[in-house]
Design a protein around this ligand. Structure first.
Ligand code: SF4
Length: 383
């Protein structure tokens, strides 16, 4: 059982982050934000696959203006991702975004930061400070503008190569940058803050998140940056994000992949399901197959996966390659299929329910899944 850190809750639209709310899934659009139709199409497809919050990059004024229509039509809350430009943040707030991702330390003119913060306060929207290993400010400039956060107790104990030479470890550099950015917002009495500490290297990322989580009460957005393509990036993200979630750290996650963002959301769903942190969706148990398998188990598992991927029902479904071990190995599954020679057994909670011919096993199993989903939904409605 994972005990999650109880962080200071905040709201992004209708999604609560932190406190005792479930870990939410977010992603980022990859269309030009100024192309409203393409962006909304991508948001809708992400939403259908389980995305709960969407972030859009705002590289120019057209994008900030386009956010108005995007926010109005989007089924999920929209976060504006801003770098450096004060005027883009102001316009995005005016467009009605539900949150900002912005590093106040990147905006040199303090009056401009004050302006953004007062408008974010008036709109009651939070700000995520996103510390990225690849874009840290030089060590010498950290804290020079506004000092270190009131949450600095313990920061002196963070790893540093040499306490006297001002040469920081990568982790300490990231943590100090975060504390400096946090302090800029806190000094303006702004506390609806969310933090991310992303690096490609897992050890650096995990240590940076663990350190900041000890020092501040704010909710944590987890991610491994530039993690790679669908295969390698999903595994890298699962390892890094999974280690932190298992320690109770993390309130919302984004898997970053060089692929269709739907793949990011599917990977995020799988990470949460693997740790029993997801309250909805089917978990698929399938055996790898071996010489005992009587069917093409790989193909069968893929077909069942594709018909259950978008389900919102919290069920465990098993696809097993033989009758000998299948029902026993997946006895905690709500519903399962174990293929035999020319026939298959459909079982519920490890007990045989019916026998079907091999040529109709997928059709019958799909019907059984549907029936179980509908019973699940009815039970949910009846409480
Ligand atoms: S369930 Fe049967 S086919 Fe699948 S791995 Fe186990 S023994 Fe092999």
């Amino acid at each position: 059982m994972i005990t999650r850190k109880n962080t200071k809750p905040l709201e992004i639209g209708n999604v609560q982050i932190g406190g005792n709310s479930p870990v939410s899934i977010q992603s980022m659009t990859k269309t030009p934000t100024s192309d409203i139709d393409a962006t909304l199409k991508q948001i809708n497809s992400l939403y259908e696959n389980g995305c709960e919050i969407i972030r859009c990059a705002v590289p120019d004024m057209d994008s900030a203006i386009a956010l108005k229509d995007i926010v109005n039509e989007s089924p999920i809350p929209v976060v504006a991702d801003i770098h450096f430009h004060h005027e883009l943040a102001i316009k995005s707030i005016a467009s009605g975004v539900h949150a900002l991702r912005l590093n106040p330390g990147n905006i040199r003119d303090h009056t401009k930061v004050k302006d953004i913060v007062s408008k974010a306060k008036a709109a009651t929207i939070p700000i995520r400070i996103g510390v990225n290993f690849g874009s840290l400010p030089p060590v010498g400039s950290i804290g020079k503008t506004k000092g270190i956060s009131r949450h600095n107790k313990g920061v002196e104990d963070l790893p540093r190569y040499n306490k006297n030479s001002n040469v920081y470890s990568q982790v300490d550099h990231m943590v100090r940058t975060a504390l400096w950015e946090i302090d800029i917002l806190e000094s303006l009495q702004f506390y609806d803050i969310k933090i991310s500490m992303k690096a490609f290297d897992i050890e650096t990322t995990v240590e940076a998140y663990k350190s900041i989580s000890k020092l501040v009460p704010y909710p944590i957005h987890l991610g491994i940056t530039e993690s790679g393509t669908k295969d390698s990036g999903s595994i890298r993200s699962a390892v890094g994000i999974g280690m932190l979630l298992y320690e109770g750290i993390g309130d919302t996650i984004r898997v970053s992949l060089s692929d269709d963002p739907v793949e990011e959301v599917l990977a995020a769903n799988n990470i949460l399901k693997s740790l029993n942190l997801k309250n909805t969706g089917i978990t698929l148990v399938s055996c790898p197959g071996c010489a005992r398998a009587d069917v093409d188990i790989i193909n069968l598992a893929k077909k069942v996966d594709s018909i259950t991927k978008k389900s919102k029902s919290k069920l465990k479904i098993a696809v097993m390659g033989c009758e000998v071990n299948g029902p026993g190995e997946a006895k905690d599954a709500d519903l399962g299929i174990a293929a035999g020679v020319g026939k298959a057994i459909i079982f519920k909670k490890g007990k045989k329910d019916k026998v079907v011919n091999a040529d109709e096993m997928l059709t019958v199993f799909a019907e059984e899944i549907k029936k179980m989903e509908s019973d699940y939904d009815k039970n949910l409605i009846q409480g």
